[in-house]
Design a protein around this ligand. Sequence first.
Ligand code: KIV
Length: 270
Amino acid sequence: MVTVQDVREMAGEETITMLTAYDTPTAEIVDEAGIDVVLVGDSVGNAVLGYDSTLPVTVDEMASHTGAVARGVEDALVVADLPFLSFGYDEATAVENAGRMLKEEGASAVKIESGEHTVALTETLTQVGIPVMAHLGLTPQHVNELGGYSRQGTSEEAAEEMLDLALAHEEAGAFSLVLEHVPANIAAAITEALSIPTIGIGAGPDTDGQVLVVNDAVGLSDWSPSFSKQFGDVRGEMERAVEDFRDAVESGEFPADEHSHVEENLDDVY
Ligand code: KIV
């Protein structure tokens, strides 16, 4: 069983692998492959629920998907994302929402899209026993403020601010930090400065680990960001299987004798 402590100790020692998952069968596949951390990302909004951003994702939806994932995982660390407006304005509500993911759904930690407003919250959650994975760089819940999903930390001032926030979250007790869509040299500098591990997505090769959205990694998404990589063609395979089913039903080839049962004792009835 991978623990928060194991992940913390992997910094600079072992490469951390993390993938998202949103349902039990995917979680089983990810876990059985030996992935260290399974993130129930609020990317469930785009990847699975058909929203065009992560903003509509609710605490109830995150709880339901976190439970489904936790039921499929035996070894990996399960981390649940806190969705938009479930934290950041009222500490009691944030603790309750985060606590629900551990207490009721089987996660072992939460991830929070971070900023100045989450330093104190990270400390509180850590103190009450809810481990926090921080997240800096592109934080998609801020899409309206950022004006899109562009690379972050591209000026000296922005990069320095990111480093300060990373150090503040480490100090507050975060056990790891996701760096999303930032220049590789900034990610490398932050990784060097921290003692907790960094996990990059679109952040170059020098972070302590790498994470991708599973739908992008397996080739299920109809679109994926340029920093992602498709390691399979699940969408193509599903399309082929669905078309084969349609053709087999229309031609009468399915169901065949081996898929059907005739009950001999019903001769008197029919
Ligand atoms: O929601 C998510 O899947 C994430 C990862 C991309 C890090 O935040």
